[in-house]
Design a protein around this ligand. Sequence first.
Ligand SMILES: *[C@@H]1O[C@H](CO)[C@@H](O)[C@H](O)[C@H]1NC(C)=O
Ligand SMILES: *[C@@H]1O[C@H](CO)[C@@H](O)[C@H](O)[C@H]1NC(C)=O
Ligand SMILES: *[C@@H]1O[C@H](CO)[C@@H](O)[C@H](O)[C@H]1NC(C)=O
Ligand SMILES: *[C@@H]1O[C@H](CO)[C@@H](O)[C@H](O)[C@H]1NC(C)=O
Ligand SMILES: *[C@@H]1O[C@H](CO)[C@@H](O)[C@H](O)[C@H]1NC(C)=O
Length: 643
Amino acid sequence: MFTQTLIHLLIFYVLKSDCMLYTKGTESREVRELGGIWQFRADTSDGRNLGFEKQWYTRPLAMTGDVIDMPVPSSFNDITQDRMLRDFVGWVWYEKNFFPPRTWKTAKQRIFLKFESAHYNSIVWLNGKQVAAHEGGHLPFQAEVTHLLNFGYSNRLTAAINNTLTPYTLPPGTITYPKHQSHYPKGYFVQNFQTDFFNYAGIHRPVKLYTTPMLYISDITVVTKISGTTGIVNYNIRVEGASSPVTYTIRLFDAEGMKVAVGQKASGQLNVSNAHLWWPCTMSEHPAYLYTLKVKIEDGSDEDMYDVAVGIRTVEVTKTKFLINGKPFYFLGVGKHEDADIRGKGLDYPTMIKDLNLMKWLGINSFRTSHYPYAEEIMDLCDRHGIVVIDESTAVGMKTVDNFSDTTLQHHLAVMEELVTRDKNHPSVVMWSVANEPNATLVEAGAYFKRVVDYTRTLDGTRPVTLVTGGNLKPEFDNAAMYGDVICLNTYFSWYGNPGRLEVIQYQASTNLRAWFEKFQRPVIQAEYGSDALPGLHTDPPMMFSEEYQIDLLTEYFKVFDEVRSEFFVGEMIWNFADFSTAQTNALIGARNMKGILTRQRQPKSAARIIKKRYYQIGNTTVQTHNKESKIYIFSIKSIPVA
Ligand SMILES: *[C@@H]1O[C@H](CO)[C@@H](O)[C@H](O)[C@H]1NC(C)=O
Ligand SMILES: *[C@@H]1O[C@H](CO)[C@@H](O)[C@H](O)[C@H]1NC(C)=O
Ligand SMILES: *[C@@H]1O[C@H](CO)[C@@H](O)[C@H](O)[C@H]1NC(C)=O
Ligand SMILES: *[C@@H]1O[C@H](CO)[C@@H](O)[C@H](O)[C@H]1NC(C)=O
Ligand SMILES: *[C@@H]1O[C@H](CO)[C@@H](O)[C@H](O)[C@H]1NC(C)=O
């Protein structure tokens, strides 16, 4: 009894304080991945509550009823031929049986169980005991399970995951029961939400069991600065479980493996003379230079090691420019989704690398993690390839006054904290986006976003913060954009507004961008624009949904961008990189948003070629010269008219 309470206290403490470093093996840590085929069943009972009533977590899931095989990681929705499961709302149950390595039994160490993400509400049991609960998709959670593992016989890991979107989830949603119950099957209900993408669910990212020594590094924060040709790396290390004073061995290595700086304290400053800076891929012939910070801690009886990649770079925003390392950066970007055939939003290495290769092929230098945090593996890739990221929270679809409740605010702040904690060390992340297209005409949105943006700044004072503004809103009616450092606008001229009338774009987009700049006096990004295009549909003259229409619409916007580029305009981000799945409606064919310049299978539509041409042309006008003496890359952006 006492032990159990103790364990619960411990778990609570661990969950609150410690879910920071990416889970990987080091000299002192071992990882056992629990991915693969899990057992699965959806709770199809009327209230979706049978699993809890019958305590399915207390015995093998197969003993509670029929189970099916389910791959982890993946969304469960598109795996089977069952229409009910594609659109299922409520609790689904997962189970995995595993053996921890025998060597872990005697080792004096801690063992953690980590879910890199599951959507949306998750409860996790190990051998029938609840070990973790987490609210929100797309961000990790973990629990210490050191004293709960069985050695010598199998362990049963059970997870119940509920994808229901409620007024207090992000994104929000509601469950409604039809008025005329007699027209529907018993217990019938519908999930409503305001997001234009399918609510994929399940265990979306890896599940890992990992060890740390009793004394371990629980967090590392790195903040970089530049002073002349010197790179300044400020670091701060958090340690848990020290039994006596801790000694720190901090070493910074360059990309060639040469030691360039050392430290001996929990926090300090490392100076790197003639530093190689981390540059985005369009700003240097040698982009994405990474150092490695190796941290070792010892307390006489124990030691732990962990290393993080460090990109030395700065980010600043002036009235008209977005500066990386003091030089103007121009976003040649896209909005994306973690979305692909069959696996839904599940992490998948082939798709991840294919997307990276496509971005390089298209000349894309940046994207926004619309509309939720992406897998950490993707952020690492961006660090290594010089792809710039606007890192967005899960706050999308906030449309009515109720959506700005205090309960939602508290959750929103928690999401920002989890996001910043997870991604703060990535040089690729240059800005936080706290929300996408909230209804900012509401007065309530003002106070709400002031809180969220202010809080985000307290979490990270080094990066600008934005919120992405939706629609064709006039700036004088907006109550929230003023709190961001950069104006990010989504507009759909000649698509949702004035459909079919391409001739209005030059007028409307130009008026719109200028109005926002004039009102707020800060740099502007076109964060979304575009049109649906059905691959293979050709019309001339161009008509909506044809590939030609998509080309012409984008081209009309380009003309406006080229006009404002030399003034206050710092980036263009097409909506969307690839077609993606939506809820079924009578306006979208095949439950697809077809605004991709690629199909969902990652094949180019005609528009891909014009993007490639434009992005290469603009990217190539960034001329680099390598100043051999300072080893700092100098370049300038020339304005070359686009054909
Ligand atoms: C789980 O799903 C059911 C069905 O949608 C819903 O009524 C319930 O509120 C959900 N619970 C949680 C915690 O999300
Ligand atoms: C949030 O906004 C949606 C869309 O207007 C609405 O259906 C829902 O009831 C709102 N309220 C809450 C509390 O989320
Ligand atoms: C690092 O360089 C900065 C700026 O040149 C200087 O102010 C600081 O004292 C140096 N720090 C150390 C630890 O050498
Ligand atoms: C935003 O709020 C206003 C004021 O309540 C309302 O009239 C409008 O319909 C809302 N917009 C959306 C997109 O829900
Ligand atoms: C731009 O850069 C790419 C990659 O370095 C190169 O292949 C291409 O020929 C360059 N020029 C133009 C006009 O795209």
